[in-house]
Write a protein that binds this ligand. Structure first.
Ligand code: APR
Ligand code: ZN
Length: 252
């Protein structure tokens, strides 16, 4: 299976990757579903909807600050690094991710489409103010602030620039992701349960347009039935093995 997958990847015309929380599991970041998942310990309605934020912004900020603290010290793992390498080799054209942990960029991937936002970015609930706390260097100060964060421009409440349940995805990112899915002849689906829409349409679109799917996941998912090749296991281990075989394949 892994040899066949390496050949398909090495000779693909337009390869994309669609990733979810599972690709960051080996970096120590919890997934959402499955054992130990975030939604076992937190209720979505209390921490990840616009109503939750209106009702109790402190609880929502506690949840996101806890997640930022977990993510800011995490390192990209072999799966993130392998995707960045495949992009440098000119084989991988883009990574479309549901993750907000910035690990693809930190691994060196350049063409990254974040469908659900980025946990290091905040935005104002009233005006158009946005800030990337990592780039502005204000992350640690922001995490230590006790009271609710206010917009430096207009004073209103700042919120995480992430997509909550019931909210629309960033239109430009979604359009770009759908266009890439239509052009792809091959899509690596890595570490997603493929249960959340519209993101989960990406692999279906690839398939509809005649493309093929390689799924990398220890378990079955909502798109396993669409997969042409299923590589059962952890993303870091599998991507590392694949990369070695692909390097060998392209040298031929
Ligand atoms: N390698 C690869 N896959 C893994 C690993 C691993 N080491 N560990 C777990 N997985 C798989 C699980 O089997 C599961 O299929 O990762 C998947 C994680 O699924 P979810 O926790 O549902 O995460 P995701 O699919 O990204 O969720 C989608 O839901 O809560 C919202 O906005 C949130 O972006 C998130 C969206
Ligand atoms: Zn403002």
């Amino acid at each position: 299976m892994i040899e066949e997958a390496a050949k398909l990847i090495a000779h693909s015309r337009f390869l994309i990757a669609f990733t979810g929380a599972g690709i960051s599991a080996e970096s120590g970041i919890p997934t959402f579903r499955g054992h130990g998942g975030l939604w076992e310990n937190y209720r979505v309605e209390e921490v990840a909807t616009p109503e939750a934020f209106r009702r109790n912004p402190s609880l929502v900020w506690d949840f996101y600050k806890m997640r930022i603290r977990k993510m800011k010290d995490a390192k990209p793992n072999k799966a993130h690094l392998a995707l960045a390498e495949l992009e440098k080799m000119g084989i991988l054209k883009a990574v479309i991710t549901q993750n907000i942990d910035d690990l693809h960029r930190r691994a060196g991937s350049e063409n990254v489409i974040e469908l659900h936002g980025n946990i290091y970015r905040v935005k104002c609930t009233s005006c158009d103010y946005r800030e990337n706390l990592k780039e502005s260097g204000r992350l640690d100060e922001f995490l230590d602030e006790g009271e609710l964060p206010g917009c430096p421009k207009c004073g209103s409440l700042l919120r995480p620039d992430v997509v909550w349940f019931g909210e629309p995805l960033p239109e430009q990112a979604l359009d770009e992701a759908f266009n890439l899915a239509r052009r792809a002849d091959l899509c690596l689906v890595i570490g997603t349960s493929a249960q959340v829409f519209p993101a989960a349409y990406i692999p279906m679109l690839v398939k509809d347009e005649g493309g093929r799917i390689i799924e990398i996941n220890p378990d079955n998912t909502g798109i396993t039935h669409l997969a042409d090749i299923i590589l059962r296991g952890k993303a870091g281990e599998i991507m590392d093995g694949l990369l070695k075989k692909i390097r060998h394949e392209v040298r031929r």
